[in-house]
Design a protein around this ligand. Structure first.
Ligand SMILES: Nc1nc2c(ncn2[C@@H]2O[C@H](COP(=O)(O)OP(=O)(O)OP(=O)(O)O)[C@@H](O)[C@H]2O)c(=O)[nH]1
Ligand SMILES: [Mg+2]
Length: 195
């Protein structure tokens, strides 16, 4: 499939099913801890500086943001989990919103699940991976912020993440950096494979 990655725009933001776009365009969702780099990943893949809002303040993305890419696919930026300063009520609302999208959205082709390459996956990261496995949603693990680790240590970090996740060999694992754009081609290739 030929995609003009520069032809991208935010389509809409949604908090519930009734607000999702009503068509059958394939969607790729981005999930991960708050501040892990989901919005940066989207911007990098689209060659844009700030289409998806990024912030050093975690918890910035509060809704499901749908991005239309060349009328061929959509990215869905999902609010990050594990942000401590959110109330219990907020967290429950968040959980319901994500669950509703992930378990019922027919357009969904795969989830790009981002983890911070510098650290072992958190309990939330592991839970997300298990959740996706349980619902048989194809998953692409993207280990981001690779620029913050010396190359000589990449293999060690990758192995540690895979071990902690109980990573399935048939899934894709991509080492990524929004700073250096390392992993750009591999990420697009993995995404297009699921469309
Ligand atoms: N060095 C480095 N910094 C990154 C990378 N990706 C993201 N960041 C930085 O990490 C911070 C958070 O990035 P975002 O893309 O806003 O993270 P997010 O996952 O969308 O966060 P929420 O919307 O709060 O869930 C920003 O300061 C980014 O510049 C990366 O690959 N390398
Ligand atoms: Mg974000």
């Amino acid at each position: 499939m030929e995609i003009n990655t520069h032809k991208a725009e935010i389509l809409l933001s949604a908090v519930s099913k009734a607000q999702y776009p009503q068509d059958d365009m394939p969607e790729i969702a981005l999930a991960g801890r708050s501040n892990v780099g989901k919005s940066s990943f989207i911007n990098t893949l689209l060659g844009r500086k700030n289409l998806a809002r990024t912030s050093s303040k975690p918890g910035k993305t509060q809704q499901l943001n749908f991005y239309n890419i060349d009328d061929k696919l959509r990215f869905v930026d999902v609010p990050g989990y594990g942000y401590a300063k959110v109330s219990k009520t907020e967290r429950a609302k968040w959980g319901k919103m994500i669950e509703e999208y992930l378990t019922s959205r027919e357009n969904l082709r795969a989830v790009v699940s981002l983890v911070d390459m510098r650290h072992d996956p958190s309990a939330d990261d592991v839970q997300m991976y298990e959740f996706l496995k349980y619902y048989e949603i194809p998953v692409i693990i993207v280990a981001t912020k690779a620029d913050k680790i010396p190359r000589g240590k990449w293999n060690k970090h990758e192995a540690a993440i895979k071990r902690k996740l109980d990573f399935e060999k048939s899934d894709r694992f991509i080492v990524f950096s929004s700073e250096t754009r390392h992993g750009y081609d591999a990420a697009w290739e993995a995404i297009l494979d699921y469309l």
